[in-house]
Design a protein around this ligand. Structure first.
Ligand SMILES: NC(=O)c1ccc[n+]([C@@H]2O[C@H](COP(=O)([O-])OP(=O)(O)OC[C@H]3O[C@@H](n4cnc5c(N)ncnc54)[C@H](OP(=O)(O)O)[C@@H]3O)[C@@H](O)[C@H]2O)c1
Length: 219
């Protein structure tokens, strides 16, 4: 299966690209600039030589031709980026991983985007697509470090059961990650906002935290 990542030249998108390719997905790194995407693709493939990662590079419209598309841009660009490729995204599962946050001094503050969450604004921008929200709490550096497993739960929410199921399937392929169905897309608001808490913990304890829930023995 091909997964396109829009905005994949940043830490989050490129880390996710490497991780997804490492578990057998054909990944297309997308960017507003195809050349920038090619540079990132080359850097990832050089860095992980010997792993035979299937990573291609294209501009965002090219990456949006993939079977499933992830939006990995800053929050205030996510809706417009999705809308710019709405034709390619029609009928497809689109995964939004953006968190709306502001750094004020040393503090991370959650913002309330239009429609309450970034994922909801992406869904409004591409109403013919099946938007799921996922990967908000997975630290980019750990995602991109293929030498170590990523120990993290991934909260997934969507108004489309097909999108939830497809995202669960993707996450489940990644060793040590656990996919959790967190309900409807309305829950994207608290999921995205909680990223501010994780970043604050990173600053306070000089680390990079991820999320793991207790009490879910059989999942
Ligand atoms: N960093 C993390 O640990 C982490 C973890 C989970 C989720 N997230 C979320 O994932 C998203 C990406 O994070 P990041 O740290 O990788 O962000 P980033 O580096 O700030 O941006 C990612 C890419 O988005 C594209 N972009 C920037 N401004 C844009 C605009 N105005 N319009 C269209 N594209 C634009 C750029 O790619 P091109 O210039 O190549 O187009 C950029 O390289 C964020 O929303 C973040 O909240 C981050």
């Amino acid at each position: 299966m091909q997964i396109g990542i829009l905005g994949a030249t940043g830490p989050a998108g490129s880390g996710l690209a490497a991780r997804l390719a490492s578990v057998g997905f054909d990944v297309i790194v997308g960017s507003r600039s195809k050349y920038k995407a090619m540079e990132v693709r080359d850097r990832l493939c050089d860095h992980w030589q010997g792993r035979e990662l299937s990573i291609d590079a294209d501009d965002n419209p090219g990456a949006a031709n993939a079977d499933i598309v992830v939006i990995a841009t800053p929050w205030d660009a996510a809706g417009a980026t999705a809308a710019s490729v709405s034709r390619q995204l029609e009928g497809k599962v689109v995964i939004s991983m953006a968190n709306a946050l502001a750094k004020v001094g040393t503090e991370f503050q959650p913002l309330v985007p239009p429609r309450g969450s970034v994922a909801a604004s992406v869904q409004a921008a591409v109403p013919k697509s099946l938007v799921a929200a996922a990967f908000h709490h997975v630290p980019a550096k750990e995602l991109g470090d293929l030498g170590e497993p990523v120990e993290s739960d991934v909260l997934i929410c969507s108004d489309h059961p097909t999108a939830t199921a497809a995202t669960v399937d993707i996450v489940t392929k990644i060793p040590s990650m656990r996919a959790l169905d967190a309900g409807q897309l309305s829950n994207a608001a608290p999921i995205e906002a909680f990223a501010a808490v994780l970043l604050q913990l990173n600053v306070k304890y000089k680390t990079r935290v991820a999320v793991q829930f207790t009490g879910l023995r059989d999942v």
